[in-house]
Design a protein around this ligand. Structure first.
Ligand SMILES: NC(=O)c1ccc[n+]([C@@H]2O[C@H](COP(=O)([O-])OP(=O)(O)OC[C@H]3O[C@@H](n4cnc5c(N)ncnc54)[C@H](O)[C@@H]3O)[C@@H](O)[C@H]2O)c1
Length: 322
């Protein structure tokens, strides 16, 4: 079994679905996780699940147990800090936010995030939650700063946060939706990668796994904005893989097929686009579980994939093979 003992992962969009599964799996394999989501409550919930899975107490620090972590953050960390299972760092928090010290205390940090008990040990169940919008450059800088403050390094980056479009065809998509989807899915991947790379370069190692989509390699699997954004993620994956191959940094992507998550909750779909796309979309009995995506992503981030770089890996049960 793959282990990530003492390794540190930053997972974006980790409050739900595939990112949540990645965060839980990485922690279960012994790693420490920075759980990032734009939704503060979701991020805190995933961090709390990680702590609960390890049996770590939710509000005490015990370094000797190797299971301290975000739970140590005190409830009065500042305007953006909350000690709910894991502490939540506000993306643009003020000077009163708490950044946890190695012994689990919460002290003010420039970016206001509340990150508790970062050095709690190498066992599983260690996580901090950080609320951040990956499409916001300032929030991303604060996110990475919080991660480094908490754990000192980032060994694995899972660029997973993403949103769907309304399945509109190219002639029908609104420029506003286009901008929003591109901003989160593509620019977000770029911004987080850009902020993390200097730390990986300094360490001389790192693994980046991007969550693209089958829509990243074909035109008929989603609306125009989503498709363009995921093609961009595939291009970015190859570019990073090529550029940093000699620096010990690998970058790969998974192409999930249709997966049982909440990504479409509340979405409204353009009827023309949806009607035209639906015949090619995966059928109900082919839906994947988020954990199946996490398994593939963790392999790519692991030493077992040490010579896998620039790979664009379908994880779709064979859907794209036909
Ligand atoms: N579910 C599928 O069928 C499917 C298929 C192919 C690819 N994907 C990709 O998988 C990734 C994860 O999606 P999911 O299906 O788990 O969806 P999900 O909605 O369950 O999870 C996505 C998470 O990302 C968070 N998020 C959204 N915008 C964000 C932002 N700007 N900054 C930080 N966090 C943000 C959301 O709050 C949510 O918790 C996405 O990139 C998606 O495009 C999903």
């Amino acid at each position: 079994m793959t282990t990530f003992d003492d390794r540190v992962a930053l997972v974006t969009g980790a409050g739900s679905g595939i990112g949540r599964a990645m965060a839980l799996a990485f922690a279960a394999a012994g790693g420490r996780v920075v759980v990032c989501d734009i939704d503060e409550d979701r991020a805190a919930r995933t961090a709390a699940e990680i702590h609960a899975a390890s049996g770590a107490p939710s509000n005490t620090g015990d370094r000797s147990s190797g299971k301290t972590g975000a739970p140590d953050a005190t409830p009065d960390n500042g305007p953006n800090g909350e000690a709910v299972g894991g502490a939540v760092a506000g993306p643009n928090g003020g000077p009163n936010g708490g950044v946890g010290e190695p012994n689990g205390g919460a002290v003010g940090g420039p970016n206001g995030g509340a990150v508790g008990g970062p050095n709690g040990g190498g066992g599983g169940g260690v996580a901090v939650a950080v609320a951040a919008d990956v499409g916001d450059e300032g929030a991303v800088a604060a996110l990475v700063e919080s991660a480094i403050s908490a754990y000192g390094r980032i060994d694995a980056l899972f660029n997973n946060a993403g949103i769907i479009d309304d399945m509109a065809l190219p002639a029908d998509i609104s420029p506003e939706l286009w901008d929003r989807v591109l901003r989160v899915n593509l620019t977000g991947t770029f911004l987080v990668t850009r902020a993390v790379l200097p730390h990986m370069l300094r360490a001389g190692r790192g693994a980046i796994v991007n969550t693209a989509s089958e829509a990243g390699v074909r035109g008929g699997a989603a609306g125009a904005a989503y498709t363009a954004s995921k093609h961009g993620v595939v291009g970015m994956t190859r570019s990073v893989a090529w550029a940093y191959a000699k620096d010990g940094i690998r970058c790969n992507a998974i192409l999930p097929g249709a997966t049982l998550t909440g990504i479409a909750d509340g979405a409204t779909f353009d009827p023309t686009g949806a009607a035209r796309l639906s015949p090619v979309l995966a059928l109900g009995d082919q839906l994947a579980r988020p954990e199946q995506m996490a398994d593939a992503a963790l392999f790519l981030a692991s030493d077992a994939a040490s010579f896998v770089n620039g790979a664009i890996v379908p994880v779709d049960g064979g859907w794209s093979a036909g």
